[in-house]
Structure formats: structure tokens, C-alpha cells
Design a protein around this ligand. Structure first.
Ligand SMILES: Cc1cc2nc3c(=O)[nH]c(=O)nc-3n(C[C@H](O)[C@H](O)[C@H](O)COP(=O)(O)OP(=O)(O)OC[C@H]3O[C@@H](n4cnc5c(N)ncnc54)[C@H](O)[C@@H]3O)c2cc1C
Length: 389
């Protein structure tokens, strides 16, 4: 193994988690992370809402979250360097999925699966919802699902930097460069090419380029169904004290959660072109989001928009789930892409899973075969119903 060299394209939370796991599990392995923008100005990992939930509709995603929350709870130990222990400010205040009459059956189905897999999620009828969350308008609601443990939010940028620092301390090398091609020989990538003219030999290459992963895949002749879709995040203040307040998912599609003593919120736009410029859609706050917010939380009629930002979801339009492992055309180019808005929370476990694929040729800790690229190649989608925003 000591002559092996893994080159990871993209040093966001996925690439950095992978670099951390590879250097932890195989300390003699050479690992190079190629990142074109070490400031992470446009990287999803720096623009994320960084929330974690157990409330998914597929077993693979629920199991990933169960393992991820354990990692996040212990992040100070996992990613500490000497006495320097990262603090990602994990807050386990739950997710509250709300359903109207039309969405009740789906919420119940997902809840049954979550409970069967051991997730601590409770169903609340409208009276219970109103009793627990006095600020909530329950008039048009039929049901809510509240995560009691293992759900909440954290500082995603702190997790990103903690992975990177720990990976470096274990020997990973970060290089600032823009990947622009591959050398391929007999179905194997032999080198990663950069726009500065460098040729970096490798035994494995990994596409961890987030919203830009489709372009990286295309350089290797692979059609990856992952598209960059802009999502605006609105930072809002509200004069009324509203506690307790979980991450709320409204039947209309918006989400909102506390952020310190303010709130952040967003929604999934109907008109959703690829690669829209990363300027937030301010107009949509007034015309779309605010009326919905004020309907669900009447105190928000007095809310104020403080500022907004936008980042890209790396949307897998095939089935909204992670795409992992190799494509049949190249045996040593691995993919870790397509997280469709839930990659931050999955990063600790996806990094470990892809490291295991590289080191052992199979998953060891958690079987994530359902997420392999082969399902896309053979047109067997694994649909995730609970995609947010
Ligand atoms: C607004 C928003 C809210 C979100 N909310 C949540 C949430 O609540 N919970 C959750 O789990 N997830 C959430 N996500 C999703 C999550 O942030 C992403 O899934 C995750 O950050 C993806 O990480 P990544 O490392 O794959 O991508 P990125 O962080 O985008 O990293 C990819 C890196 O690749 C680099 N790169 C690209 N092309 C090249 C090249 N040619 N050469 C060299 N480097 C290259 C880029 O510079 C970039 O730094 C959210 C995302 C957004 C945008």
C-alpha cells in the first residue's frame, strides 16, 4: 500500500473527510487533495445550513445519519490535534416535519421506517403541536414528526476546517490547483492534470468536486447526473422570543431554524435552472417566503430580513441520493457526489465509506451498496422522498 497515491479532487467537506479517513486508516498512504480555491468562497461546505436529521425515507440515509451524529458528538476527540479540540457547536434541537392532510400518509410511512431502524422520532397531532410550540399556526396541519434525539445543526465551516487540519496533521497534502483533465490508460486513470500544466500520478483519483462534479466526470468521459442548483439562505430576526424552536419543514416546502438569536430559512424554487449565479434571490423573500413564514408563524409578520447568501446544492436529478464508487468505464476513479442538500451531515460517514472502498474494495463499517454508481448505470433509482429545499 505504501506506493499507492490517492488524488482527491476538491477539498470541501467531502474531500477533506475522505483525506482524514484515508490518512487515519492507512497512515503510510500518500494522499493529495487538489483544491482550486482554498478560501472556499463558493464551496457548498462554506455556504451550508449544516443541519442533521434522522428523518429520511431510505434505510441507507437513516443509517448514515445515525452514525454521523455519533461522530459529530465526539468530533473534539475524533478531529482533535493534541489539546486543540474543534468545537462545531452541535445543537440537538430536533427537526419538525409538518404535514397537511395530503402529506399525512407519507409522513407516517417514513416515520414507521425511521422507528423500525431505531430513530427517536415522535408523531404529534395538531393539539400536541400547538401545546409544544405555542407560536405555531396549526389550523391547516394534520400531523407533525418531531425528532427527539440525533437531529439539529452545527457549524459546518468548523467541521470543514477540522477535517482539513486533521487530515494535514496525519500527512495529507493539499495543493492549490485547478483540475482540467485525466491521463487514462487501459481503463485506469494514471494521472490527474492541472491547468498549470502539472501531471500528478495516481493509483486512485476521487471526484469530490461537489456542485462542479459533473464537469470533472465529463473530463473522464462519464455522464454524472449532478447539477449545480442555487439555493438562497435568508437570515431573519424576529422581535418575539420563540422557544423551543426546532428546524421546521413546512408542507409548502420552506425550512427555517434558529441561528443564534436569529433564524435562517430557505425554500426550493420552482424555476430552478442549472448554474445560476450565486447572488441570493432577494425578491423571492418578499414575494414567496415571507407570506408563507407569516402564515405558519404569525410572529414573523414583524420579522426583518437581515441579509441573505446563496450556495449550490449538488443536485442528483436521477434520485436525489449520494452516488458513490466507480463507474464501469474506469476502475480507479471514484465518485462521492450528488448529495442533493444533505452532504454536510453525511460527510463523516461518506468519507469513511469511500476510504474503505479504496483500501479494501468494499464497505466495511456500514454497507452502503444501495448508493453505488451502478444503480445509475442500470437505471435502478433509490428515491429519497425527504429532500429539503
Ligand atoms: C444553501 C445550502 C444549504 C445546505 N444545507 C445543508 C444542511 O442543512 N445539511 C446538510 O447535510 N447539507 C446541506 N447542504 C449541502 C452540503 O453543504 C453539501 O452537500 C456539501 O457541503 C458538499 O460538500 P462537497 O465537499 O461535496 O462540495 P463543496 O463544498 O462544494 O466542495 C467542492 C470543492 O471542489 C472544488 N473544485 C471544484 N472543481 C474543481 C477543480 N476543477 N479543481 C480543483 N478543485 C475543484 C471547489 O473549489 C470546492 O471547494 C447545503 C448546501 C447549501 C448550498
Amino acid at each position: 500500500m505504501s506506493t499507492d497515491h490517492v488524488v482527491v479532487i476538491g477539498g470541501g467537506v467531502m474531500g477533506s473527510s475522505l483525506a482524514y479517513w484515508l490518512t487515519r486508516l492507512a497512515p503510510k498512504l500518500a494522499v493529495t487533495v487538489i483544491e482550486r480555491d482554498p478560501s472556499y468562497e463558493y464551496a457548498s461546505s462554506a455556504l451550508s445550513a449544516a443541519s442533521i436529521r434522522q428523518q429520511f425515507s431510505t434505510p441507507a440515509n437513516i443509517r448514515i445519519s445515525q452514525a454521523s451524529i455519533e461522530f459529530l458528538r465526539n468530533v473534539g476527540t475524533e478531529l482533535g490535534i493534541g489539546d486543540d479540540r474543534p468545537d462545531i457547536q452541535l445543537r440537538e434541537h430536533g427537526y419538525l416535519y409538518l404535514a397537511d392532510a395530503g402529506g399525512m400518509a407519507r409522513l407516517r410511512r417514513a416515520h414507521e421506517l425511521q422507528r423500525a431502524l431505531g430513530a427517536d422520532v415522535a408523531l404529534l397531532d395538531p393539539a400536541e403541536l400547538g401545546g409544544t410550540f405555542a407560536w405555531l399556526n396549526t389550523a391547516d396541519l394534520s400531523l407533525g414528526a418531531l425528532g427527539l434525539r440525533g437531529e439539529g445543526w452545527f457549524d459546518g465551516y468548523a467541521l470543514l476546517t477540522a477535517f482539513g487540519r486533521k487530515a494535514r496533521s496525519q500527512g495529507a497534502r493539499y495543493v492549490k490547483a485547478d483540475v482540467c483533465g485525466f491521463d487514462v490508460d487501459a481503463g485506469r486513470v494514471t494521472a490527474v492534470l492541472t491547468s498549470a500544466g502539472a501531471r500528478i500520478d495516481c493509483t486512485h483519483a476521487v471526484n469530490a468536486a461537489g456542485p462542479w462534479s459533473r464537469a470533472i466526470a465529463a473530463l473522464a468521459g462519464v455522464d454524472l447526473p449532478v447539477f449545480a442548483r442555487r439555493r438562497s439562505v435568508y437570515l431573519i430576526s424576529c422581535p418575539t422570543d420563540l422557544k423551543p424552536f426546532p428546524l421546521l419543514i413546512d408542507p409548502s416546502g420552506f425550512w427555517i431554524r434558529p441561528d443564534g438569536n436569529r433564524f435562517i430559512a430557505g425554500f426550493s424554487p420552482i424555476d430552478d435552472p442549472d448554474d445560476a449565479p450565486l447572488t441570493p434571490d432577494y425578491a423571492a423573500f418578499e414575494s414567496h417566503l415571507w407570506p408563507l413564514l407569516s402564515h405558519r408563524i404569525p410572529a414573523f409578520e414583524a420579522a426583518r430580513l437581515e441579509r441573505a447568501w446563496a450556495g449550490y446544492f449538488e443536485m442528483n436529478t436521477f434520485d436525489h441520493n449520494a452516488i458513490l464508487g466507480t463507474h464501469r468505464s474506469l476502475e480507479n476513479l471514484l465518485f462521492m457526489n450528488g448529495f442533493s442538500g444533505h452532504g454536510m451531515q453525511q460527510s463523516p460517514i461518506i468519507g469513511r465509506a469511500v476510504a474503505e472502498l479504496i483500501l479494501h474494495g468494499r464497505f466495511i463499517s456500514l454497507d452502503l451498496s444501495d448508493l453505488l454508481f451502478v444503480r445509475v448505470e442500470t437505471n435502478r433509482p433509490l428515491h429519497e422522498a425527504n429532500v429539503i429545499g
